[in-house]
Write a protein that binds this ligand. Structure first.
Ligand code: ATP
Ligand code: MG
Length: 282
């Protein structure tokens, strides 16, 4: 390593690999020689039109400190003349538009590096309901923290829950998150992922913190009842909703979370409930 003092813009870090990609950006594993640590750096192409919306992700992340929320370290804007390597071409319309403008300006967000996602766990798991519930309660505690700060995540899904090296679940991707101006539900635009977004969010009508409770309920449902097909999943959800009096406490909890918004429990009350019952829920 050189001891020459370089301006910050010239201090190199080593990008080791692309570790993930979503609708907005790519995430790279980065080595930082100055502190001898590995980080994750999310690079989101931006332009004048999108800058305001995209900067809210980093502004929200910077305010958060909780064991179930991915840790934020820094952010900066970077200009690259090279588009990122093309490994697949889906979802690339926005990127292509920006690349065509010759130079690509990215918002870079440095955060802690995790080893996988809850989706990877769901895809690869052998039946381990205890582990599933443990992860889910960790996510719930992160959501309770966010809601207490007046923040709604709005895009909770297994791909946005990371698993760290200590096997702890952590919420990430605050690209759609919003700070509620008051305790009143906020007027909405239809955003989020079809399977996990609440009906009111999909419809774009007013929604508040209870939209995250719906997503949490759907994630819990999927952890407890792994489904092979989307059809099978819809049928099972339907059955659960119609069931007069579900026997298992966990089924009752799921049902309350995916029911009508006004009757969904708060994250805090769910947390108290799950802590008091532990795996007795099963
Ligand atoms: P979306 O399509 O959900 O809007 P996005 O473009 O906003 O996604 P992220 O969800 O933040 O991007 O990240 C995309 C993927 O990159 C994640 O699903 C995960 O696989 C991987 N990833 C993100 N952050 C990290 C991290 N800190 N450590 C390891 N992998 C990560
Ligand atoms: Mg994501």
């Amino acid at each position: 390593m050189t001891t020459e003092i370089l301006p910050r813009s010239l201090q190199r870090t080593d990008i080791c690999a692309c570790v993930g990609r979503g609708g907005f950006g790519r995430v790279y594993k980065e080595y930082q020689p100055l502190d001898d640590q590995y980080y994750a750096v999310k690079k989101i192409p931006i332009d004048e039109e999108t800058a305001g919306r995209i900067l809210s992700e980093t502004r929200i992340m910077a305010r958060l400190s909780h064991p179930s929320i991915v840790r934020y370290y820094a952010s900066w804007i970077e200009k690259t003349d090279e588009p990122p390597d093309d490994d697949d071409d889906e979802n690339d319309e926005e990127e292509t538009r920006l690349v065509r403008q010759k130079s690509l300006v990215c918002l870079c967000i440095r955060m802690e590096l995790c080893v996988g996602t809850l989706r990877d766990y769901m895809d690869g798991r052998s039946e381990d309901t205890r582990q599933s519930i443990e992860y889910w309660i960790q996510v719930l505690s992160g959501i309770a923290y966010l809601h207490q700060k007046g923040i709604v995540h709005r895009d909770l899904k297994p791909e946005n829950v990371l698993i760290d090296a200590e096997n702890r679940a952590k919420i990430t991707d605050f690209g759609l998150a919003r700070v509620l101006p008051t305790t009143e539900p906020t007027a909405g635009t239809p955003v989020g992922s079809a399977l996990y977004a609440s009906p009111e969010q999909r419809a774009g009508v007013a929604y508040g913190t209870e939209t995250d409770i719906y997503s949490l309920g759907m994630i819990l449902f999927e952890l407890v009842y792994p489904s092979v097909t989307v059809m099978e999943r819809l049928e099972r959800v339907d059955r659960l909703k119609k069931d007069e009096e579900p026997v298992r406490l966990i089924d009752r909890a799921i049902r309350s979370m995916i029911g009508i918004p006004e009757k969904r429990p708060s994250a805090r009350s769910l947390l108290d409930f799950f802590y008091s019952k532990g795996t007795g829920m099963l």
